[in-house]
Design a protein around this ligand. Structure first.
Ligand SMILES: Cc1cc2nc3c(=O)[nH]c(=O)nc-3n(C[C@H](O)[C@H](O)[C@H](O)COP(=O)(O)OP(=O)(O)OC[C@H]3O[C@@H](n4cnc5c(N)ncnc54)[C@H](O)[C@@H]3O)c2cc1C
Length: 315
């Protein structure tokens, strides 16, 4: 079976969900080999094994994480040269896409980004125009480098006993051009990560400038992450990093609650694969209702607080 390299996305050993999705996808296409860069591997190896890594290349030299992005591309380029994998998969995050581009240049390959699925023969699927058009593309030159969007492919546990191989790469001056001088861990509240949460409660223009405390209250009663439409983030009512949609984050939780959101195609592009969708909107004609499993036609300022109260009561 052809070996497929999967670059592990992790923060100090905490493996991101997208990696588990990529391992699942890689095992569908061939044999998944995880590529670990940085510290914290010991705490993460069980997770990689649980999700089907057949092999793990461990690059734990401190130098690899002392510089911005380039060393990861350099290590992957060397692995492509040494192991001749059939493809390389990375998460289509901001960093993942930069690594994919750099890697493709280094190995003279084609690169595909924002991919939502990969079929036999490494035919990649892109969802474009807000999910209105599906495009297929294939790399014609070299080892395909494919950046897959988080939450596109469901992760499935497939326990394996991966062999481990320590790897390193000699970094060039160009790889060392941008050194990391300080790392500040972002203050994280109690809420789960937006792209990894099982439940997301999002607010839109209907929520207004001062209404996001209602969204946060509902989210907290459910142990959910908070999201927002672009109308809300552009207005400055909620930070941009929480925007869901075509130009924001893609989420695929078990439950998505859209509050005061009309359901524009660009918003749907980021949440339409959620398992169960609930909307609260005062306009019965709002397009979001075409998509929902449950809809409440009503004023969010009345419905959402009552819902929160009821959920807390039943806990
Ligand atoms: C290139 C491009 C990329 C884009 N990317 C994104 C993206 O990533 N994410 C995104 O979200 N948008 C994106 N947009 C914007 C998108 O087209 C919509 O403008 C946006 O999603 C609308 O946000 P909204 O639903 O919050 O606001 P609106 O469309 O104004 O809807 C507000 C809704 O709130 C309801 N409402 C109002 N008051 C109440 C109340 N008291 N109780 C209950 N309901 C109420 C209204 O009935 C209405 O349906 C993009 C647009 C473009 C052109």
């Amino acid at each position: 079976m052809a070996e497929i390299l999967v670059l592990v996305d992790h923060v100090d050993g905490d493996v991101k969900k997208v990696t588990l999705e990529l391992l699942t996808l890689a095992n569908r296409l061939g044999e998944a080999s995880a590529v670990w860069v940085g510290g914290g591997y010991d705490g993460a190896k069980d997770k990689l094994a649980e999700y089907g890594a057949q092999k793990v290349y461990v690059g734990s030299d401190e130098e690899l994480t002392s510089y911005v992005v380039a060393p990861k591309a350099a290590l992957l380029a060397q692995l492509v040269q040494d192991k001749a994998p059939a493809a390389v998969l990375v998460g289509a995050t901001a960093e993942g896409k930069e690594i994919a581009g750099r890697l493709a240049v280094k190995i003279g390959s084609g690169v595909l980004t924002d991919v939502v699925d990969v079929a036999d023969g490494f035919v990649a699927e892109h969802s474009i125009f807000g999910g209105g058009v599906i495009a297929h593309a294939k790399v014609n030159t070299g080892t395909p480098v494919i950046a897959v969007r988080p939450n596109s492919v469901p992760a499935e546990a497939a326990p394996a006993s991966p062999a481990e191989e320590q790897v390193s790469v000699a970094l060039s001056d160009a790889d060392k051009a941008a050194k990391i001088v300080e790392k500040v861990v972002e203050e994280k509240g109690e809420r789960p990560d937006l792209t990894e949460a099982a439940i997301v409660v999002s607010g839109g223009r209907g929520v207004g400038k001062d209404g996001f405390s209602i969204i946060e209250g509902l989210a907290d009663s459910l142990g959910a992450a908070v999201g927002a439409s672009r109308a809300a983030t552009d207005a400055g009512w909620y930070p941009h990093q929480f925007q869901v949609g075509q130009t924001g984050k893609t989420v695929s939780p078990q439950l998505y609650v859209a509050v005061g959101i009309s359901g524009a195609i660009q918003h749907r592009a980021g949440m339409q694969t959620s398992k169960t969708i609930i909307a609260i909107n005062k306009d019965p004609e709002a397009p979001i209702f075409e998509l929902v499993d449950f809809g409440v036609v009503g004023d969010l300022f009345q419905v959402a607080p009552q819902l929160t109260e009821e959920i807390i009561k039943r806990k």
